[in-house]
Design a protein around this ligand. Structure first.
Ligand SMILES: [Zn+2]
Ligand SMILES: [Zn+2]
Length: 168
């Protein structure tokens, strides 16, 4: 009887001792429940192994964040000024905001030796939002939240963020 029990051994998550699971991290082998497991391109891993992997991958320094932020502000602001010169039509904004967002991440990656930090994408997006809103604030002394400005700011920020997450 005892042997029968051991063949159907019930195992529990290493973090949540009350949760039954048979799933193991494919790196360190610890048991993990569905909530603790992270799906990666190489299979399910525990959060600690994913974090350790990310730390090796993300080499960005604090100075890099400063550069990324400054680049995002400047390019997004220049783009906004350029767009207002050609009329700021919504169609132009939609067409041009994505390459401008791409330029933000491309220039920032070049200036930082292609190092990325864990938060580079967020820093770039925040810089792009501020850069997009800054020209209106400086020119009119107040936040100009017209549809074109909002669409522009959102598209540049999302594109810059997305490129940071994807490009190597
Ligand atoms: Zn692990
Ligand atoms: Zn768990």
């Amino acid at each position: 009887m005892a042997e029968q029990v051991s063949t159907e051994e019930i195992t529990y998550c290493a973090v949540h001792p009350d949760r039954e699971t048979g799933l193991r991290c494919n790196k360190c082998g610890r048991l993990m429940c569905a909530e603790c497991a992270v799906q990666t391109p190489v299979g399910y891993r525990c959060r600690e192994c994913v974090r350790a992997h990310d730390d090796k991958f993300f080499k960005g320094t604090t100075a890099d964040y400063g550069i990324v932020f400054a680049v995002a502000v400047v390019i997004a602001a220049l783009g906004m000024v350029g767009l207002s010169f050609i009329g700021g039509f919504l169609l132009f904004v939609i067409i041009l905001a994505i390459p401008i967002g791409g330029a933000v991440s491309e220039v920032a990656l070049r200036l930082t030796g292609r190092r990325r930090g864990r938060y580079s994408g967020y820093v770039a997006a925040a810089g792009a939002l501020i850069g997009a809103l800054a020209p209106g604030l400086i020119l009119y002394g107040q936040l100009v939240l017209s549809l074109t400005v909002i669409v522009y700011a959102a598209l540049v920020a999302i594109t810059a963020y997305g490129r940071f997450r994807l490009s190597i």
